[in-house]
Design a binder for this molecule. Structure first.
Ligand code: SF4
Length: 773
């Protein structure tokens, strides 16, 4: 940590002191191996413990790593467990630390020989192994030439979540690109994030206070599967057990969460917005809403009530395929339990063309019953305030992107996209921007955009770009086609800092951190070291001192310590006790009470970017019903089935990287483990399967207007009639191009939510038997 910064550090004290803090985490004797027989066989020696923070999704669940050290000092990770009391991994102290199957997969990844083991650069058309020095030097040369020939504003930063926070410093501020795809908004749950932020529940604060809830609606959300064993699943089950909470699942698919629910509403896809308005209709008509909250803390109720009046349950029943009495029952149950009633919503209702309105209508229900930041309702989250890069940096440099206008705002070609007023560039627009010459290069970190949008167009776009730089641990659609491949260490090989996150037990700000459990394997480097290596080479190549900005820190740990100085902690403090997290500050419910500035916006007419985008998209600023097909695909005689791709806890390409063990478990879950096939599956209702002569285990062809591919069929009542699903992330352009299954995004053809640019994963398809099995 730099001295000046130490002096300036604010002194927010942690509220929880470590128990037994003297224990050296990386040296304590373990002996608690429980599951990794393979690991035990691989290497003998002393077992040590260390910590990690899972990054297989972005939630930072704490890990305890069991590491065996052999006589030569080589360390091998042989087992992983959760950390009891970790704010994410368990549902609070004493509720057992666990990892979901994806998190446990880090064990396989650390020593996986299929990883990218050496830096590569493309020479004479072929990717060739080189040493790091040459790779950095070549990267700097190419970046400098690219800037000269194309302008750095045409370089796209497509970096995903990372263990270090300096990606945007390198690409935006030092290199000077204003172009960035935000993974969270454009390919995950843009409508949920953005509507939440604008309406007054925070852009990431959409998770209920499960443990205190009496009524939980899992709306297009499968939390008992997607986060099996983690806070949300434990919190939901605890609410059922301790509070006798009612669980309702609204989903076209009978998920694992639906299995545990009191009620499953098998809604027709893309009609969630109508159901939400009908619930509001019942709640308002029957005077079951929170008049005090609505009157004192909200804006736009009249416009909302008008839209709800237009959607009686009988009309919604026709639209959604549900029973009007069921709609009334769920609306009453939710309102009666409020404010101890929460809605769990995320990607399911967001990844559709009318996703913006669906999530706005659903979010509005929270304001209506006044469950905002109340026990059992929807919490307003707070994060630990660690220091930002600007605060810890003691060196002046020029922010080269600061005044550059992104192409989507600059050029007339994009004037028809309302998204430009709110979230800027959209994932699905990139190929078009490459064709127009407004994007000519890309850096992709730990991601595979070819799985998240118009895949075929993205393949062509990558091919047309002047420079493709991949920083990743695995070969995938991007790294295989890159000009430069820099092999990244995986999470247990790096120092990490997580500054708290939404969806954890919700009464503390918290930080979690760990030192690397093992050295980087093969010739790989942590992402922090890769970025600093590029910066050093750029300083040499360009002679520009701005690029020496990272010289003020010797190591990533020094940098993390500076970030932590704002809360008077160091990485050593966090890592050296019996747990690897700190609860920094406690916060109460009802943070809006007495806050004159707090407003829950039913109507977004006073949010200028939204008002402008809505006008151009021909949408209302208040909640309203927008039928399927207004944006995105319409069903037709040729393509009569609604296809939607889904994620599973057995998601074999977790964090965009392959995991064979999970694929085997996944095949077992689908009762098709005896088949050789290890790809994704087409789930189809028996009614639809019979009409097409399809049985479980048959290979089928799925075809959209623009693409097709082969999958193995699972015939099951779990999919509602007319609806078919397959899991995301397999096939050509993925991490296992030669494996079975298909990249479902090869069916996709650029449809998106016009307001946020969120990729619309809903596709009209036909399914036919491919013959044989
Ligand atoms: S929920 Fe699972 S994948 Fe996500 S951070 Fe936690 S253990 Fe890792």
């Amino acid at each position: 940590m730099s001295k000046g910064l130490r002096d300036r550090a604010s002194l927010t004290r942690r509220t929880l002191l470590k128990a037994g803090g003297a224990a050296a985490g990386a040296a304590a004797l373990g002996g608690c191996l429980s599951s990794s027989e393979d690991g035990e066989d691989q290497v003998s020696g002393e077992v040590l413990t260390a910590f990690g923070n899972c990054w297989m999704c972005s939630h930072n669940c704490g890990q305890k790593a069991y590491v065996r050290e052999d006589s030569s000092g080589k360390k091998t990770v042989v087992n992983l467990t959760g950390v009891d009391g970790h704010p994410r991994g368990s549902a609070g102290e004493g509720t057992e630390g666990t990892l979901c199957p994806k998190g446990l997969g880090q064990l396989d990844k650390t020593h996986d020989p299929k990883r990218i083991q050496e830096p590569h650069i493309r020479k004479n058309g072929e990717l060739q192994k080189v040493e790091w020095e040459e790779a950095f030097q070549y990267t700097a040369e190419r970046l400098a030439t690219f800037k000269e020939e194309n302008g750095s504003e045409t370089f796209l930063d497509a970096t995903s979540w990372a263990e270090t926070s300096i990606f945007s410093t390198v690409w935006r501020e030092l290199y000077g690109t204003p172009e960035r795809i935000s993974r969270g908004i454009h390919v995950c749950a843009g409508p949920t994030f953005v509507s939440g932020g604008m309406m007054g529940v925070g852009s990431n604060n959409r998770v209920p206070d499960y443990q205190n809830s009496e009524y939980i609606i899992a709306w297009g959300r499968n939390q008992l599967n997607s986060f099996a064993g983690q806070f949300e699943a434990k919190g939901t089950l605890e609410a059922i057990e301790k509070n006798g909470a009612t669980l309702v699942t609204i989903d076209p698919q009978h998920t694992i969460t639906a299995e545990k629910s009191d009620k499953w509403l098998p809604i027709k896809p893309r009609t969630d917005g109508a159901l939400a308005l009908a619930m509001a209709n019942v709640i308002i008509e029957e005077d079951r809403y929170d008049e005090d909250f609505v009157e004192n803390y909200t804006h736009g109720f009249d416009a909302y009530a008008e839209a709800a009046a237009d959607m009686p349950p009988e009309r919604a029943a026709d639209i959604t395929g549900l029973d009007a009495e069921d709609i009334r029952k769920v609306a009453r149950g939710f309102a009666e339990a409020a404010p101890q009633a929460g809605i769990s919503v995320w990607t399911g209702t967001a990844q559709v063309g009318n996703g913006w309105k669906a999530t706005q209508n659903i979010t509005a229900l929270n304001g209506l019953v006044g469950n905002i930041d109340r026990p059992g309702g929807l919490r307003l989250w707070k994060y630990a305030s660690t220091a930002s890069f600007g605060e810890v940096c003691e060196q002046d440099y020029t922010n080269r992107a600061e005044f550059k206008e992104p192409a989507i705002n600059k050029y007339d070609e994009y004037s028809d996209y309302p998204v430009r007023h709110i979230t800027g560039i959209a994932h699905n627009l990139v190929p078009e921007m490459v064709e127009n010459g407004h994007i000519n290069g890309i850096v992709v970190h730990h991601d595979d955009p070819l799985k998240d949008g118009n895949a075929d167009a993205w393949v062509e776009a990558l091919d047309a770009m002047d420079l493709v730089l991949s920083i990743d641990a695995y070969w995938n659609g991007v790294s295989r086609n890159a000009d430069i491949v820099l092999p990244e260490a995986t999470q247990l090989e790096k120092d990490t800092l997580g500054t708290g996150n939404w969806s954890a037990y919700p009464k503390h700000t918290w930080v979690t951190g760990s030192k690397a459990a093992v050295d980087p394997q093969w010739n790989t480097k942590p992402d922090f070291d890769i970025l600093v290596g590029i910066a050093d080479a750029m300083a040499e190549e360009t002679g520009n001192d701005d690029w020496t900005v990272f010289e003020q820190w010797d190591t990533h740990e020094d940098f993390i310590d500076d970030e932590l100085s704002a809360i008077d902690l160091t990485l050593e403090d966090i890592d050296s006790g019996e747990v690897n997290y700190e609860l920094v500050d406690e916060f109460e419910y009802e943070s809006w009470e007495g806050d004159d500035h707090y407003t829950f916006n039913f109507d977004l007419d006073q949010v200028p970017p939204f008002a402008q985008a809505a006008e151009e998209a021909d949408m209302d600023t208040a909640p309203e019903w927008i039928p399927p097909g207004t944006y995105g695909d319409e069903l037709s005689e040729d393509y009569p089935l609604e296809f939607y791709d889904v994620r599973s806890v057995f998601f074999s390409h977790a964090s965009n990287q392959p995991q064979e063990r999970l694929r085997d478990q996944f095949a077992k879950r689908n009762e098709l483990a005896d088949e050789d096939y290890r790809g994704n599956y087409l789930h189809i209702n028996p009614e639809d399967a019979d009409k097409r002569g399809i049985s479980s285990g048959d290979m089928v062809t799925v075809e959209s207007e623009t693409g097709s591919g082969e999958l193995m069929a699972v015939v099951s009542e779990r999919a509602r009639p007319g609806f078919v699903t397959a899991e995301y992330g397999f096939g050509e352009t993925s991490a296992t191009p030669d494996g079975e299954g298909m990249n479902t995004m090869t069916l996709h053809h650029k449809q998106m939510d016009p307001i946020t640019g969120q990729v619309d994963r809903h596709i009209a398809v036909e399914v036919t038997s491919s013959g044989g099995d």
